[in-house]
Each structure stands twice: as C-alpha cells, then as structure tokens.
Design a protein. Structure first.
Lengths: 99, 479
C-alpha cells in the first residue's frame, strides 16, 4: 500500500512531525506499506502532517486522506504521545477497507 | 535546484576578491571566519529537498514552470507573500541566525516591478533584462546580494554634491556595449559567499543625480570588484567552538564592503540608468519587501532565543518561578507580535503594475519598527533570565585546561541533574545571540528606525481619523 506523505512547511510546528511518521512506520507490518514524499502518483492513501492547527498543507482532489493538524487528526484531539498510534490505526483501517 | 553541498562547491569556483584583517582570502569555504555564514546559507538550499520544509521552500517559476528554490521566486500572489513570512521563520528556527539570502530575493522583486514602470514610461527594455537575470538565477539557483546601501558620505548632501562621488555607486562611462561603474555598497549581507550582486540606488534623486540612478547585476568576482569583510564582536571566537555559542551557523549574516573600481556592466544586465525619478521607488519597494522579513526570519531566530532562555532558567533551577514565567510570556508576546504584523503584510499584499505582489506597506513598516525595539527588549529579558554568567564565563581554553576545567565545571554547576557543560553552552548561545552585532542588524537592516516612522505617518489615514473624531463630537470638519 503506497502512502503519499506531505508535510507543512514547518514555520512553527507544535509537534515533531518527523517523529510522528517515524513512529507510525515502526508500528506498521514490514513490507506492507511504502511511503512516498515527492511523487504522489499511484498513492492509495494520503497522509498530511501539519505542525499546527492552521493546517497549511493539504491534498487537493484526493480520497483516503488522513489530516494531522497539530495535535488533532481529522478534528479529533490527541496528546503528542498518542498521535502516532492514532495515525497508525487510521492507516490500517483505510488499508483494510473499514476506515 | 542546488543542494547545500553543491552551493558550497559552487563557491570554490568563484574568484571573488575578499579581504579580512589585512589579508587576501583565497579559500573562503574553509576559512573559519566565513564557514558559519556559508553553513547558514547552505541551509537555504538544503531545505528545498527536505520533505519537512519543501512545501514552503519551493515554488513554481512563473517564467519557466519549473520548480525552483523559493528564494529565487517573483511573488505571484498573497499566498506567496504569506509563505515568504512562514518560510523565513522556519529557517530562522533551524539556524538561530541570519541566513542572508532574502536580501537578493527582495531586490529582484523590487527591481522587477520598477523596471516595468520605467519601460512603460520611456519605452526602455529594462524589465526584459531583469527577467533574463531572474531566469538565470533560477536556472542556476544562485545566491544574490541585495546591493542597496551606499556609504553615502555627508548625509546632508545629494549624491552629485558629494566631495567624493564614490560614496554613491555611479556611472563613470557609457559605452555602446555597457556601462562602467565606480563606488561601493556597504553592509552587504552574505556578499563573500554569494554569486551575484543586484545593485540599486539608495536614495531618492533629482535630475542632477543622473549618473547615480543606476541599477544593475554583476557577478561578485567580476574584474574590479573587491570585498572587505566587516569586523564582528565574535571574530576571535570563530577560531574556537564552544565560545561561539552557535558554532555551526554563527551570528548575523556576515557583512562586507563591496567596492566597484571601474567595473564593466553589459547593457543586458542594466535595469535602470539615469531615470532619477524612479530611484526613490526602487528604495521604497525594496525596503518594504525587506521590512516584512523582520517579523519572519527574526521571529524564528527569537524562537530559538526564547527556547534558550527557558532552558537556561531550568538549568539555573529557576524555571518554575513566577517572575521567570512572566518574562517568558513577555518574550512570546513581543515575538508573536512581530510575526503577526509580518503575516498581515503578506495577507494584505496587493499586485503592483508589473503583476508581482507587494507587502502592505504600513504592516511591513510596523514590523521593522517593532523589531528595533522588541529584539532589544527580548534580549534584555534573556539576559535577566540567564544571569550574570553571560558576561563573566571563563573561556573555552580554560574549560579545556586539565587543571582549570574541573574548577570551572565545579563552580558553574546549576540545578540538579543538569550537565554543567550544557549550562555553559546555553549561556554562550544567549550571549552571542544578544551581543552587539545581531542587535545592530535588527536596528538598521532594511532601514533605520526613522525611515519607517516617515512611512507610517505618510500612509496613515490621518485626515479621515480627524474627521471621525470631529463627527463624533458633532463638529463640522473644515475641508
């Protein structure tokens, strides 16, 4: 499953955006997901990691988007500690067709 | 686009004539006096390839449709103007100091807009020259110095009346293939580690100043160009590590006096020559673009300073004290105020006749006026929080001495579970970030404080405000 990842520009991030993605990767089963940062053609899931609630980064005209906006995912609040696991659950749910 | 390493490698190919402390510098790349500034500038290149920053760090060229480093971009809309502010803050957070490249960016945008208006009036082809230059910069991802500030000599005299005309860059000869120029530009940020300089006039001019109303681009290693690097308060510390505070990126941008001794500039690189009534427009456009930045790059740098102050308080064991928290609040308030006005200048930006976007003038000038105060106040609070050791710490030579080092570590111990060396590092960072050179840069960069105050009064809607008050009082305004 190919996941396209876009970060916001990081002007003043409240979360460690890189750490979020690294922790999500470490939770996923090996070999089942690949992550693409530059070329988003042929991606099936889209993960946007914004450093704050302004959520400057977006994917236009895509489906299966997980939007991290600071401490929130798709509007629901988490602690920074719980954020990666919440992203992981959403990824797995979408990949299995139940999300 | 170049990576940071490719940028550094490109500097090795330049033959820039650089002098410092009486010596000609043949290898600037490995010279400790310049290395921190080069490292900082290299960050502006590397961020374009960093997924965490490229959303801000790159743009699409309106000329070629190719992806470019945002520092070479002509501002196309208010989104670009806002991204500029956010982008500069993001880099400031990484480097903790000036990264030099925004001056040339603003110069290209200013000259792009003014050359268009000169062409409209006189049928010249200056903007075509500017566009070709910008395309060249974008294609090669070169770093451009914004050559605004002349030494100026006697400030009470216009350029053409100066006893020595060389205190303003001017044309000494017009030829069929180009012009010969003479003079100097002072306080040129990043000059020793840039590729090109974009020269602009620095004051409004009258017809008698015709030879001084000149704008052009020249490679910094063009024959006749000489650079003398400026003294900084941390010169000798660059020979060491810890006492620099920020050893990787240094303090401020590194400024030089750039001298032009009968330098030839071909016509295709000339963007203004003699159109004196547009000199003031170039100055104002450049200044406004640049003043917006001081709530952006500086906001990022001050974020680092605020963080350093908070850490220093923890290392001191005072982190939970209410007066410390109050000082932190004040620092945050002052810094976010800066950024807010920089963003406002971007959100409220409007297109110029040339089509590129321009910051809202009042907000850009407020931003700059406020940095001349807020940076000093924030620095004062940092000094207050961190403590007297900022001014009295023994040198790193003492710290590295086998007999003296343990004594330094013993007597500068801080809170429990704090590594004393970390405490010293943080103190050095604060000391260097708040030392003389960086504050002077905030005071005078993009124009001294009075320059913004002139614009603020000029642009204020005072006539309307008076009528508002009179109306509320039931007074009929006398027009």
């Amino acid at each position: 499953m190919k996941v396209g990842v876009k970060f916001c520009g990081g002007c003043n991030p409240y979360i460690d955006r890189k750490n979020v993605i690294e922790r999500v990767k470490s939770m996923l089963p090996t070999g089942k997901f690949t992550f693409e940062y530059f070329d988003f053609d042929n991606c099936e899931i889209f993960l946007v990691i914004n450093g704050c609630s302004l959520a400057c980064a977006k994917f236009a005209d895509k489906e299966n988007i997980i939007m991290v906006s600071g401490f929130a995912i798709d509007g629901k609040q988490y602690t920074e500690e719980d954020l990666p696991f919440a992203v992981f659950k959403r990824l797995v749910a979408i990949a299995s067709g139940s999300g | 686009m170049k990576t940071g390493q490719e940028y550094i490698d490109s500097l090795k190919e330049m033959k820039t004539q650089v002098y410092f402390q009486g010596k000609k510098i043949d290898n600037i790349v490995d010279n400790p006096n310049f290395k921190p500034h080069i490292n900082t500038a290299a960050v502006t290149y590397d961020v374009a390839f960093d997924p965490e920053m490229m959303e801000l760090a790159t743009a699409v060229s309106n000329f070629t449709g190719k992806k470019i480093n945002r520092f070479t971009h002509i501002q196309q809309n208010s989104d670009d103007m806002v991204k500029k502010s956010k982008f500069l803050r993001a880099i400031g957070q990484k480097t903790g100091t000036c990264f030099q490249r925004c001056v040339g960016w603003d110069a290209m945008n200013a000259v792009y807009s003014v050359s268009y208006e000169i062409d409209q009036k006189y049928g010249t082809k200056y903007q075509e020259n500017v566009i070709n230059f910008v395309k060249y910069i974008q294609e090669n991802d070169y770093m451009v110095v914004g050559g605004m500030t002349d030494p100026k000599g006697d400030r009470s005299l216009p350029p053409h009346k100066q006893p020595d005309p060389d205190v303003f860059v001017h044309v000494v000869e017009r030829r069929e293939d180009g012009i010969i120029v003479r003079g100097a530009k002072a306080h040129q940020t990043g000059a020793v580690n840039s590729h090109e300089i974009l020269v602009m006039p620095t004051v409004s001019m009258k017809p008698e100043d015709k030879d001084f109303a000149v704008s052009f681009a020249a490679p910094l290693d063009a024959p006749g160009v000489t650079l003398i690097f400026g003294r900084q308060t941390n010169d000798e510390r660059k020979m060491g590590v810890l006492d620099q505070g920020n050893p990787t990126y240094g303090v401020v941008g590194g400024e030089a006096l750039v001298i032009f001794e009968d330098v030839f500039v071909p016509w295709e690189r000339v963007f203004m020559c003699g159109e004196t009534e547009y000199a003031g427009m170039v100055v104002e456009r450049f200044a406004t673009y640049h003043r917006q930045n001081y709530g952006a790059c500086k906001a990022g740098v001050i974020d680092v300073l605020i963080g350093a102050s908070a850490v220093a308080a923890e290392y001191n064991g005072t982190g939970k004290a209410s007066h410390i928290k109050d000082k932190m609040i004040e620092m945050i308030l002052l810094n976010e105020t800066l950024h807010a006005s920089s963003l406002a200048a971007g959100y409220e930006s409007q297109p110029l006749p040339a089509g590129n976007y321009y910051p809202q003038t009042t907000y850009a000038n407020i931003t700059k006026q406020n940095i001349t105060r807020n940076h000093y106040e924030i620095s004062r609070l940092a000094h207050d929080i961190a403590g007297g050791l900022l001014g009295t710490l023994p040198t790193e030579t003492d710290l590295n001495d086998p007999k003296l080092g343990p004594l330094v570590l013993k007597y500068f111990v801080g809170a429990a579970n704090t590594d004393t060396l970390d405490r010293i590092k943080m103190a050095r960072l604060i000391e260097n970030m708040t030392g003389g050179t960086s504050l002077v840069e905030s005071m005078h960069g993009a124009g001294s404080p009075q320059a913004q105050r002139v614009v603020l009064l000029r642009d204020a809607n005072l006539k309307k405000f008076k009528k508002l008050a009179q109306t509320i009082c039931g007074i009929t305004p006398k027009d």
